[in-house]
Design a protein around this ligand. Structure first.
Ligand code: FES
Length: 122
């Protein structure tokens, strides 16, 4: 597992929120781990497109589209720099690279902090 200083940074625009990658976790999951909300109407199954992001920097850091994302693209073509965050993984990091690179994504539908849901523990 990559140490924090070896992890890539992911910057979410337009709000300039910066978090660290979580290897093996898709972008939607990384946002959720960091208490950020991205729309995801289909629950992350690659069907709805509401989690779409635009890659502004770091396109080379991304893993290829998943089968579900490719299926989505047949119905709703996406540009090369448009990705479904629920299907978007970063490539495995090259251990020989000394300085971590970063990825910047624009969230057209916006991003906000998860609403805190109080649960009754009694
Ligand atoms: S959450 Fe529906 S396509 Fe990503």
């Amino acid at each position: 597992m990559a140490s924090p200083e070896r992890k890539r940074k992911i910057r979410f625009k337009p709000h300039d929120v910066e978090v660290l990658e979580e290897p093996g976790v898709n972008l939607l999951g990384i946002a959720q781990i960091n208490n950020l909300y991205l729309p995801h109407e289909c629950g992350g199954h690659g069907d709805c497109g509401t989690c779409r992001v635009v890659i502004l920097e770091g396109l080379d850091e991304l893993a290829p589209r998943t089968l579900d994302e490719r299926d989505y693209c047949k119905r709703h073509p996406l540009k090369k720099n448009e990705r479904l965050s629920c299907q978007l993984l970063l490539k495995e990091k090259n251990p020989s690279l000394k300085s971590p690179s970063h990825v910047t994504v624009l969230c057209p539908a916006g991003i906000r902090e998860q609403e805190f849901i109080e649960t009754d523990v009694n």
